[in-house]
Design a protein around this ligand. Structure first.
Ligand code: ATP
Ligand code: FE2
Length: 327
């Protein structure tokens, strides 16, 4: 079984070819870069995706050594994401499915992050921390679905770090820059905002910016913002472990690259006799291999192909709306 996957929920347009054994034969992408100082402009991202789509697909097939005839199913990221980007991915996939007469499956982007993580880390049934620019979720499988045990109530942890980095005059990419500056910093105390199992980051950013303006050292503020935010997510993960009785933690998303975050979670896991692992960098950010692999899983779980005339994008599709009874 060969699946061609298409990812287009935000910055990245990706196409990948994955086989039924979970071998990634190719994983190509082209990422939209906003103009300097800007965030993502959804219509510009859509134009980027439409422009690059065919080239990325050809590269993916070529690298995999496959032709469209070898492909059994096509899967695409149906949501959640920015509607203009999602449309670019869906329109491209629907056209391809029509032309080649292959079944087309819609895949949930967040679940795809978890499935490629389970494939590459070999963790079986982890509590997952998904921390990217826009997302901060603590997810675990329970009673047939991936359920969100905790999440941000405002902005994602990556965007929070980026906002502070920009205001503090650091250079892009901000997350790794803050990590560098944090080394050797001193604790200055910032608000710690855990509400039940949910988190909130925007007040911390505001306070951190104020502290910096009042003359606190950059390295101290960078250190403290990391310590605070990462301790918050570690606390929620620990409670999710206790509640579900699971013994594995998986880290994914761009922020999972942070060594201090990894360390805090490792320490917490060690103390509980649990195990943690980070998804390899290539599969941590948005990529199409995760969509192709989840397409294969969904196909095996008897998910019906979409009616090409009625296909729709699902910008607010939640993780716990998908029946994931394959776990
Ligand atoms: P989303 O998938 O939510 O739309 P995205 O595509 O921007 O967001 P990713 O590429 O997964 O998400 O992650 C990007 C984020 O990761 C940025 O906010 C960046 O600052 C952050 N990041 C990257 N490396 C590090 C690091 N070493 N420490 C902390 N944050 C980091
Ligand atoms: Fe993502």
């Amino acid at each position: 079984m060969i699946c061609l996957g298409v990812e287009a929920t935000a910055h990245t347009f990706g196409v990948a070819v994955v086989d039924g054994k979970g071998r990634v034969l190719s994983n190509e992408r082209d990422t939209y870069r906003p103009k300097k100082g800007w965030g993502i402009v959804p219509m510009d991202a859509r134009n980027h995706h439409e422009e690059k789509a065919s080239k990325v697909m050809e590269a993916a097939l070529k690298k995999a050594g496959k032709a469209m005839e070898d492909v059994d199913i096509i899967a695409f990221s149906q949501g959640p994401g920015l509607p203009p980007c999602l449309y670019a991915g869906m329109n491209f996939s629907v056209e391809l499915a029509k032309k080649t007469k292959k079944p087309l499956l819609g895949v949930n982007h967040c679940i795809a992050h978890i499935e490629i993580g389970r494939l590459t880390t070999k963790l079986k049934d982890p509590v997952t921390l998904y921390v990217s620019g826009a997302n901060t979720q603590i997810i675990a499988h329970a009673a047939g679905k991936y359920r969100i045990f905790g999440e941000t109530q405002d902005i994602g942890i990556g965007n929070a770090l980026d906002k502070f980095g920009r205001e503090a005059g650091l250079t892009f990419p901000y997350g790794p820059e803050i990590e560098k500056h944090a080394s050797g910093g001193r604790w200055i105390g910032l608000p710690y905002v855990v509400k039940g199992m949910d988190l909130s980051f925007s007040g911390i950013v505001t306070e951190a910016i104020k502290r910096r303006e009042k003359g606190e050292k950059l390295k101290d503020v960078c250190f403290s913002i990391q310590e605070t935010m990462f301790a918050m997510v570690t606390e929620v993960i620990e409670r999710a472990l206790a509640h579900t009785g699971k013994s594995e933690v998986m880290l994914t998303g761009g922020v999972a690259a942070n060594k201090r975050l990894q360390e805090m979670i490792e320490i917490m896991c060690r103390e509980r006799g649990a195990r943690s692992a980070s998804v390899p960098w290539e599969y941590c950010g948005d990529n199409a291999a995760m969509i192709a692999w989840t397409g294969i899983i969904a196909h095996r779980a008897k998910q019906k192909p979409l009616n090409l005339k009625k296909a729709e994008v699902l910008p607010r599709w939640r993780t716990d709306q998908v029946d994931a009874d394959w776990v």
